[in-house]
Unconditional design. Sequence first.
Lengths: 149, 149
Amino acid sequence: MTASPPALVCTPIGVVALDDPHPATPPASQAADAPDVTATVTVRDDLVPGLLGLDRYPWVWLVTWLHDQPPPAERPLQMVPRATAATGEVQGVFASRFPLRPNPIGLHLVRLLAVTGPVVAFAGVDLVDGTPVLDIKPWFADCDLPADP
Amino acid sequence: MTASPPALVCTPIGVVALDDPHPATPPASQAADAPDVTATVTVRDDLVPGLLGLDRYPWVWLVTWLHDQPPPAERPLQMVPRATAATGEVQGVFASRFPLRPNPIGLHLVRLLAVTGPVVAFAGVDLVDGTPVLDIKPWFADCDLPADP
């Protein structure tokens, strides 16, 4: 693909607020590393009907816009991510979960705590306060679990 | 959140091509339902360095833009999705994996077959030919597996 691609426009459905917006330690690099850190997503008023039934799912995906990024040209396409830190192997950004990405879309599996009106409370936070949320999806074993991991 | 939210602009990193672009049956509604259907993502030339090391991972996420959508106002916020089809329970879009969404972002766990230059071959396709891809990420047990599903 070499032709100039079209721009696709997302609009935040809500925003993350950490229960403690100024933690003493920086956010974990993966949600699973901070299982006890709690936060909320407050969804836009016009989208609250979209939350119906979410509270039946103990685990949900947050799809976020990792907004605190340098311009695209300054985001590295290769780096040594956490997964290969022990060996120092350089990896491409698409072979990593590194937060600086061509499209800075984050994917976070969090434990759902409660849904109250527009407020979705969850635990397991690797996000900074104010992160825009693009989507919420339930975690489903039949599509999110490898057949042979 | 009631103020008008900012627009966030994504640019496709590549495009999906089905090996058989005109299958006799429609695409599966989840990748896990079509494990033998194969396809490729051809990544933009300028982003090929970002694929370095991807071939070590047997399972990867494709984050896509589900492009074949009606305008946002015509996308339902509630419907009876597949997960509750048996009971007929209405669910919110964020409690479903329904493809019509406020931000039409798709999340697909696929089996990686090969990475050859800009071409990422994979199996397990619930996508239509020509779907734009926004991101590729490795599946990691330590962040993508619920602690107690």
